[in-house]
Design a protein around this ligand. Structure first.
Ligand SMILES: *Cc1c(COP(=O)(O)O)cnc(C)c1O
Length: 356
């Protein structure tokens, strides 16, 4: 297999799991395709990407990533278009973000071109695993972790890059009850919140569990200093429509993950002539807009759900019910529009889709 000037070796499995897949029942992240792509970083260089049968890893107990957390990941999707082609949504953006995450976590910077080549190669190799039903897709999980077998704090010299894929069903996100978090912090200024690194998710589990016990599906994270400004919702970016304008917290900080779904929603909104404000957003401002009836939509944006509607916001013990989901003109439209681009039902005028 040859793409650009990067070659990828491959070895096909002798026991495909394809015939055992229940295509009508694909719980997210539990069904794995036949192969994975593996690439090691050793002696200061990236090796040759190798596609091999999906299997367990054999790791030294002192594997540095497990102890000290140099571990980053990405998440993106491939779709089967209405013309039965295979399309990946904006992999160049994931490649760029992956390289940024490497830098922050003191890992060797993964070349974006190599990233895109590897993603395309594994999707192509396991293309029979891309579901054919509308709304279904192939979730792609690239990740990189430190593999030195050494107990001591230092950047690892060796790393392993892997991509595996999971066929997934249409993600129906039930409208969410969210709580504006006033004690715990996802990311502090100067920290690693902008990187898609494993520890960020571990740190969010306990506060999220407490929120669940109070009946909230997710938390809305606020700034680590005073919990005065809105940052993200769970593992999604957060967006509001207030007075007909689209608002989202600016990502020119190191506390907010620069989401690709959010960026795409912004680009579509602007294209449709909607005003967009990316800036710091005060919690009080949002509560006031709800009270005045000026806030008409609130939603999370991320690859898994695309758009996850928020139906209620909890803040300081009060519940704020938001306008009914079917009445939300912008977010419903943007959701269907993004799906239509990915599935090739409308023109991809921004060239977001890469065909494999
Ligand atoms: C991945 C992620 C997002 C969403 O990014 P997408 O590129 O849209 O999937 C937002 N916030 C956090 C914390 C994330 O990990």
């Amino acid at each position: 297999m040859e793409r650009s000037n990067i070659s990828v070796k491959s070895k096909r499995t002798e026991n495909s799991g394809l015939s055992q897949v229940d295509w009508d029942n694909l719980p997210f992240g539990k069904v794995f395709s036949d192969h994975m792509l593996v690439l090691d970083y050793e002696n200061g260089e990236w090796g040759t990407p190798q596609i091999e049968p999906f299997s367990n890893l054999n790791l030294h107990p002192a594997t540095s990533a497990i102890h000290y957390g140099q571990s980053i990941f990405e998440g993106l999707k491939a779709y089967r278009t209405v013309d039965n082609e295979v399309a990946i949504f904006r992999p160049d953006m994931n490649a760029k973000r992956f390289a940024e995450s490497c830098k922050r976590m003191c890992m060797p910077e993964f070349p974006p071109e190599l990233f895109e080549t590897c993603v395309q190669a594994i999707v192509d190799f396991d293309r029979d695993w891309i579901p054919k039903k509308e709304g279904y897709s192939l979730y792609i999980r690239p990740f990189l972790f430190a593999t030195d077998d050494y107990i001591g704090i230092k950047p690892s010299d060796n790393y392993k890059f892997i991509i595996f894929t999971c066929p997934v069903g249409a993600y129906y996100a039930e409208p969410l009850n969210v709580k504006i978090e006033e004690h715990f912090t996802r990311a502090a200024a100067g920290g690693v919140g902008r990187a898609k690194t494993a520890g960020n998710y571990a740190a969010s589990l306990y506060p999220a569990k407490l929120g669940k016990e109070e009946g909230y599906h997710q938390l809305v994270w606020t700034d680590g200093k005073k919990h005065e400004y809105i940052e993200e919702s769970g593992t999604m970016n957060i967006m509001f429509v207030i007075d007909g304008k689209l608002f989202t917290p600016a990502e020119d900080t190191d506390t907010i993950l620069p989401g690709i779904t959010k960026r795409s929603v912004i680009e579509l909104a602007k294209d449709w002539g909607m005003e967009v404000e990316e800036r710091k957003i005060k919690v009080d401002e949002v509560i006031e807009a709800i009270n005045d009836g000026r806030l008409t939509e609130a939603f999370g944006a991320g690859t898994a759900a695309t758009i996850a509607q928020i139906k209620m916001i909890g803040y300081k013990g009060k519940h704020y019910e938001l306008p009914a989901v079917p009445e939300r003109e912008f977010s419903n439209k943007v959701f269907h529009h993004l799906d239509a681009i990915k599935e090739g039902r409308i023109e991809d005028k921004f060239n977001w889709v890469v065909k494999v």
